[in-house]
Design a binder for this molecule. Structure first.
Ligand SMILES: Cc1cc2nc3c(=O)[nH]c(=O)nc-3n(C[C@H](O)[C@H](O)[C@H](O)COP(=O)(O)OP(=O)(O)OC[C@H]3O[C@@H](n4cnc5c(N)ncnc54)[C@H](O)[C@@H]3O)c2cc1C
Length: 337
């Protein structure tokens, strides 16, 4: 444990043995931080540490795992200090709402949970606005916050579970939109250079459910994301029934708010609420194949959605006991006559 003169604080009721729970306000150096102390919200305490913490309430599959130490982090400035913690020597895991993780064992190191969640408009050019949201803000709350200000860009991503800080990790996407479409800058703690850095959208190397953060998971702690959003809405409706859902619920302008509501209704019909039934959403990525491979897949019993162009190398079609099986990498899709 780092030396702490802080007072004892209560952890979550089911947070393991909770016998050593501490809170502390950290005022240490920021080691290359791109934001100064003036801009950091004045919080009474920077973090809470819980030893042998239960992770069961912190992942949507409710897998019962334990972390050697869990840090609820209310101030990004405390990150370098926490990385000196004993537990960090056994690994560091950033955990958001746990909607895209599967614990297969106890975590032997330090779990960091960003709980800083300030949001503001940094610039407003009239045509667009630059919004900065901190990593601990709930994603859907950010979508609502932008809609309340008449900003457009995130509406198709409404109701995706998780925190803002996790959104760039796998470049969340739904209903024809990816978060990369709106990301201007990602602010992250770089564990290799041991400083806070700002990555442009190009630096983030976004791909389909992919980014530099996902490719080097031990390197980055995302602390905030800046989004370039439009004042003039440009509705994207041509995907998986959004237009039909809007039409079914009345005519009129497809405002960003109406689009978000349509997306929320569609999502609620398709996926159980993780708060009610533990789940981690869809496990599958759409396979990406070339046009030739796409043609090769054509079979009377296989219904193929339109696929975008890309590279794929490991693909096979076979008929087995009357069923047509398509294998793409390790994923197997099947259809019976
Ligand atoms: C019902 C359901 C529906 C879903 N629908 C969609 C969907 O439509 N589209 C989609 O793209 N995803 C979807 N998901 C997946 C999930 O919502 C996203 O991946 C989301 O971004 C995860 O956020 P989280 O805060 O829960 O991250 P976690 O699950 O806590 O973490 C996911 C990964 O990101 C890392 N991470 C989290 N925060 C940070 C940070 N600040 N810095 C560095 N690394 C970090 C973690 O270490 C972990 O590797 C769905 C999940 C569920 C349960």
């Amino acid at each position: 444990m780092p030396a702490s003169g802080g007072k004892l604080a209560r952890g979550p009721p089911d947070a393991g043995r909770c016998e050593n729970v501490r809170s502390q306000r950290h005022h240490g150096p920021t080691d290359g931080s791109t934001f100064g102390p003036d801009e950091i919200p004045a919080l009474p305490e920077a973090y809470t540490l819980i030893e042998s913490a239960s992770l069961a309430p912190l992942n949507t599959l409710r897998v019962a795992a334990t972390a050697r130490c869990l840090a609820e982090l209310r101030d990004a400035e405390a990150i370098p200090h926490l990385l000196e913690h004993d537990a960090a020597r056994h690994g560091v895991l950033v955990l958001g709402e746990g909607s895209n993780v599967l614990f297969t064992a106890d975590f032997p190191g330090l779990v960091l949970r960003p709980a800083f969640e300030a949001v503001s408009v940094l610039e407003d050019s009239g045509a667009t606005a630059l919004v900065r949201a901190e990593a601990g803000m709930n994603w859907d709350s950010l979508v609502d916050w932008t809609l309340a200000r008449g900003l457009s860009g995130l509406e198709n991503l409404a109701l995706i579970p998780g925190l803002v800080g996790a959104a760039p990790i796998q470049n969340i996407g739904a209903y024809g939109v990816e978060v990369a479409d709106c990301v201007a800058t990602v602010e992250a703690w770089d564990l290799v250079r041991r400083r806070l850095v700002r990555l442009s959208r190009e630096d983030c190397g976004f791909g389909y459910r992919d980014s530099v953060f996902r490719r080097s998971p031990q390197r980055w702690i995302v602390t905030a994301v800046e989004f370039r959003l439009a004042q003039e809405p440009k509705a994207r409706l041509d995907y998986a029934g959004v237009r039909e859902e809007l039409e079914a619920t009345g005519s009129g302008e497809p405002t960003p708010r109406r689009v978000a509501e349509a997306v929320r209704r569609l999502r609620r019909r398709k996926l159980p609420d993780p708060a009610v039934i533990g789940n981690a959403g869809s496990f599958f990525k759409n396979p990406i194949v070339t046009r030739d491979e796409h043609r090769a897949l054509a079979r009377p019993n296989v219904v193929l959605a339109e696929l975008s162009m890309g590279m794929s190398h490991d693909l096979e079609v076979a008929i087995h006991e009357g069923a047509t099986l398509v294998r793409v990498g390790t994923a197997i899709f099947g259809a019976r006559p």
